[in-house]
Design a protein around this ligand. Structure first.
Ligand code: ATP
Ligand code: LTN
Length: 334
């Protein structure tokens, strides 16, 4: 608890360009949570170097992601938006927690297996211990809730196990976090293969709408979206392409899928697709404008980065000191 509020932690990696899936499935939900919880939203750059990065590019993307958090509507005065690498306690706690995590547990992580297969030339120890760092992120702030996608549930379960194991030995040190699963229908699928999720690492640029796509590109991608030959607009699993377009339309307009079906009754795909394009443009355009405006305001962004790193550092240090004392490290002489 901080000032009587429950604590929320989440983060994103600054790898690749964010997609509409990242926005509708993650960022947009974060905004609705920021009144209820004391929120920490990190740009997890320590995690990013588990795969090779170009240093200039990483710095640029990390700043763009942090700017995007704010442009999307997260008020940096109310939400602690910061770079993970600016708070050294993440790495320090990660080392300690690594000594309370078993090889067998890490060996079972499916993301490690997937990434190891994808980057067979660079299966480094950081890639293997990635979930321990993620546990440190969450436990450092004594987070009660962690909004994550289904793909991260295994990591969250491991975090809970590590926290419980530690608490069993040393007493109540960590809050055991719960996953916060967003509304149903927040899984946005690829526009080219609606059985796969829209992903920033898809090689086909037509499969994903990127948050920085211009209106013409967005419209073109929507019009080219893969559908089916049924010809009727229904919200059902047998028509995954149409279902996905309805999901996107309803997430962008706030209408329910049933309302959308009613709105397009008797109409064809040729009317649905451009309407989806327009709805996406009307959501992304203000975000892009705000991003452009903020990006130019270097002094403002720098002040946010500094203030929030200090705020995050304050809470992180509190937990870290407690943990260091519990495991038996000597007190500092002041
Ligand atoms: P990658 O393609 O590199 O695996 P990604 O696009 O899947 O990346 P992540 O960085 O793994 O994105 O996830 C960031 C956040 O966005 C997570 O909370 C994740 O659940 C959410 N997210 C990612 N893709 C989608 C999607 N298609 N629909 C809804 N939410 C998504
Ligand atoms: N592994 C997550 C990113 C991430 C995260 C976290 C999410 C790193 N640390 C802590 C929630 C809480 C991902 O790849 N989406």
């Amino acid at each position: 608890m901080i000032d009587g509020k429950k604590v929320l932690f989440s983060g994103m990696q600054a790898t690749g360009n964010l997609t509409l899936g990242n926005y509708l499935g993650a960022l947009k939900n974060w905004i609705t949570l920021s009144d209820e919880y004391e929120c920490f939203y990190s740009v997890v750059d320590l995690h990013s170097i588990t795969v090779r990065q170009d240093p200039q590019e990483l710095r640029k993307r990390a700043r763009a992601l942090l700017t995007l958090y704010i442009a999307a509507g997260l008020d940096p005065k109310k939400n602690c938006i910061y770079y993970q690498s600016h708070v050294s306690a993440h790495a320090e706690l990660s080392w300690i927690l690594g000594c309370f995590t078993y090889m067998g547990e890490l060996n079972r992580m499916t993301q490690f297996k997937d990434k190891a297969a994808k980057h067979a030339d660079n299966i480094n120890a950081g890639l293997f211990t990635y979930p321990v760092l993620m546990a440190a992120d969450i436990l450092l702030y004594q987070a009660d809730v962690v909004p994550v996608g289904i793909d991260q549930m295994q990591h969250l379960e491991l975090t809970r196990n590590i926290a419980e194991r530690f608490n069993n030995i040393y007493g109540d040190v960590f809050t055991v976090p719960e996953a916060y699963v967003g509304k149903v229908g927040s899984k946005i699928m690829s526009l080219q293969d609606p059985t796969k999720k829209m992903s920033k690492s898809d090689e086909n640029p037509n499969a994903s709408i990127y948050l920085m796509d211009d209106p013409d590109t967005i419209m073109r991608k929507c019009k080219r979206a893969v559908t089916d030959s049924e010809g009727i607009i229904c919200y059902r699993d047998e028509q995954p392409g149409i279902k996905n377009l309805i999901d996107i339309y309803s997430a962008c307009t706030g209408k329910t899928p049933q309302d959308v079906v009613a709105e397009f009754e008797g109409k064809g795909y040729g009317e649905l697709k451009p309407a989806v394009g327009e709805a996406v443009i009307s959501v992304l355009k203000p975000l892009q404008d705000e991003f452009a405006r903020l990006s130019k305001d270097k002094a403002y962004l720098d002040s946010i980065i500094k203030e929030n790193a200090e705020k995050a550092g304050y809470y992180a240090q509190k937990t870290l000191r407690k943990v260091q004392r519990k495991v038996g490290f000597p007190d500092r002489i002041r």
